[in-house]
Design a protein around this ligand. Structure first.
Ligand code: SF4
Length: 86
């Protein structure tokens, strides 16, 4: 099956949920290993996001980013004033 190219200049309204999910996973995959959060810390961060009122459809209201992508970067922090991941 031919793999569909990701459109870097499409609006979210023009993408379906699978495209968005695949794009986020592609970006996470592209993070260099030495910059990537280890699995245990990644899951810990996402568990915190899942209980946070700022999580909306996979994005963080505080910064607008996809939390899974943000959590995957070792040096990234929660953008809330109190850094909930800290
Ligand atoms: S404010 Fe922090 S904990 Fe809450 S959804 Fe955003 S990144 Fe996650």
């Amino acid at each position: 099956m031919e793999q569909k190219k990701i459109c870097y200049r499409c609006l979210l309204e023009d993408m379906d949920e699978n495209e968005i999910k695949n794009k986020v996973q592609e970006l996470i995959y592209g993070i260099p290993e030495d910059e990537k959060t280890d699995e245990e810390e990644y899951r810990r961060r996402l568990d915190i996001c899942k209980s946070c009122d700022s999580l909306i459809s996979g994005t963080c209201k505080k910064c607008g980013c996809y939390v899974e992508l943000r959590a995957a970067g070792r040096k990234r922090t929660c953008p809330d004033t109190e850094n909930r991941w800290g």
